[in-house]
Design a protein around this ligand. Structure first.
Ligand code: SF4
Length: 365
């Protein structure tokens, strides 16, 4: 499971209202959770559940599924029942699927008001159904599908336009006494996105779902998301995150988890402290770091492992880590909890580190 107590959070969290997405607490100081979205046809129940299982295994805590057709809507009940993590139905265009998703027992529904015709007229019924079933609603505003009125008013999807759209929709729900709401205001430009969330965080106490929409292929999307989430989370803003990548969804989860770990919002699991190598290196640091990372993949206990190329910073970093190696002269000094436990030939470094890591893991169990 995911540790409840954050390691050393980057900043105090913004105190948002708490909602529950299935069993997962969101907002009100609950740990920031990682979301992703399936890429299968939702109507293909087997494939969707299989992908949800893979996402669950990679650490995903809440999953969203698209619901563009009646066949997809019909599949929701089974998927929601069989998934081990809460399922959010993602609804555009057709309000009837909002009701179907609520009836199906989805843990939440995401609505995009900009994409649902006459959405405002239907809020009353949606609020009533959601309240009856205890289903929270995410108001998911997106730059690419901003409400036409606001697009006309602001000229384009500015931070102000995104925020105005979200708060307007929230106010319609509030009129019916419904406040079980989470909000997102996604944009593909981190600068606009950061400003939109900053303004939104000031203007309301709803929990916020962070996302840079259409962030791009893995490399670019990872950087955009890390920069944007970092800027917001370092101000305490954000209660759930989704990294959008044009890549398999399990990759999104890995990136999301790494971002939270980097900001001290989640206890780190395996952390490799490896040097970039330089002209002093006496060992192939890249290869060593990669082999150690691969060898320790999946280790559940938190471990900080230093892989250093020479004696300049090697012994210092290795001593600070749970486990480490400082290389030189074809040999590696192996450190465990700050002490040199042995010196092994270069060819044995990886194997020795993995053995020592396992021993440490056994002791922490
Ligand atoms: Fe270079 Fe040594 Fe520093 Fe690695 S630890 S970057 S090899 S000086």
């Amino acid at each position: 499971g995911v540790p409840e107590v954050p390691a050393r959070p980057v900043a105090p969290r913004r105190m948002s209202r708490r909602i529950h997405v299935g069993p997962v607490a969101v907002g009100g100081g609950a740990p920031v959770s990682v979301q992703s979205m399936t890429t299968t046809r939702t109507s293909d129940i087997g494939a969707t559940l299989q992908q949800i299982a893979e996402l669950t295994a990679s650490g995903c805590q809440i999953v969203r599924v698209a619901c563009p057709t009646q066949d997809d809507a019909d599949a929701l009940a089974t998927i929601a029942r069989k998934s081990r993590i809460p399922v959010i139905a993602d609804i555009h265009f057709q309000p009837k699927y909002v009701f179907a998703a609520i009836e199906a027992g989805c843990a939440a529904v995401r609505v995009n008001p900009g994409n649902i015709k006459k959405f405002d007229d239907q809020v009353k019924e949606i609020a009533r159904a959601a309240k009856d079933h205890g289903t929270p609603v995410r108001i998911g505003v997106n730059a690419g599908s901003l409400d036409r009125r606001l697009l006309r008013k602001h000229g384009k999807a500015t931070p102000e336009a995104l925020v105005e759209s979200a708060l307007w929709e929230a106010s319609l729900f509030e009129e019916h006494g419904f406040r079980d709401i989470k909000i997102s205001v996604k944009h593909n430009d981190p600068v606009v996105m950061i400003e939109a969330y900053r303004q939104l965080a000031e203007a309301c106490d709803y929990p916020l779902h962070l996302g840079v929409t259409e962030a791009g292929p893995a490399f670019q999307g990872t950087i955009k998301s890390a920069v944007a989430f970092g800027a917001l989370l370092s101000r305490g803003i954000g209660d759930t995150v989704r990294v959008s990548l044009s890549a398999p969804p399990a990759e999104e989860v890995k990136v999301g988890i790494q971002i939270l770990e980097s900001l001290g919002l989640r206890q780190r699991r395996l952390e490799i402290v490896s040097c970039p190598s330089c002209g002093r290196a006496q060992v192939d640091v890249y290869k060593l770091a990669e082999e150690v990372t691969a060898g320790l993949d999946g280790m559940e206990v938190p471990l900080r492992v230093a892989v250093m190329g020479c004696v300049v910073n090697g012994p210092g970093e290795a001593r600070e880590a749970d486990l480490g190696v400082a290389s030189g002269n074809g040999k590696g000094q192996i450190f465990v909890k700050g002490e040199v436990v042995k010196t092994v030939p270069e060819s044995k470094i990886v194997q020795t580190l993995i053995e020592e890591a396992r021993k440490l893991a056994e002791q922490t169990r």
